[in-house]
Write a new protein. Structure first.
Length: 174
């Protein structure tokens, strides 16, 4: 566990490189040894590039960047978008498409701070429910989301590279 201080801030178009860097690093960290390496590289290249983040932000997504002090290196982030999940849509839904923190910051309160910020952002946007998808085999993530008031509302098949995986879809009222 690290003792350095982190801070959260709203990310903008000028932060797409930082978002891409931490997105690729955290996805690799989370799934190396779990998912096929070729699939991880393909997935990150397609979904976590600076260009992908620029598209999300241009479409109205809200991103929060966690930075370590001193130096403001990115160590985590969230991304709220219009929902793209196979559950019955409800008025006021938003998707927490991404929430990741680098492993040295697990257990520091950063994850709780990131999810709290995402919930506040959803509330500020007048959303009623936050949805998210999570890899079905990620027991640690399941426990984290359930601890923060989320419950399973559905399932989905999720393509990573060339391989399909079973995910849980969680939801929580704001």
């Amino acid at each position: 566990m690290t003792t350095s201080a982190w801070r959260l801030r709203r990310a903008g178009a000028e932060d797409t490189d930082a978002l891409a860097l931490v997105a690729g690093a955290t996805f690799l960290e989370a799934f190396a040894g779990v998912l096929d390496g070729t699939d991880i590289v393909a997935h990150v290249g397609r979904n976590s590039s600076a260009a992908a983040f620029a598209r999300y932000l241009a479409a109205g997504a809200i991103a929060t960047l966690a930075e370590i002090e001193p130096g403001a290196a990115p160590v985590g982030y969230t991304l709220l978008t219009a929902p793209d999940l196979p559950v019955a849509p409800e008025q006021g839904d938003i998707e927490l498409k991404r929430i990741y923190a680098l492993a040295p910051y697990h257990g520091t309160g950063l994850g709780a701070a990131l999810i709290a910020r995402a919930l506040v952002d959803a509330l500020d946007m007048k959303c009623a429910r936050v949805l998210l998808g999570v890899y079905g085999g990620n027991r640690r993530a399941h426990a984290f989301y359930e601890k923060h008031g989320f419950s399973v509302v559905g399932e989905r098949r999720f393509l990573v590279g060339a391989t399909w995986h079973d995910d849980r879809v969680y939801g929580r009222a704001v």
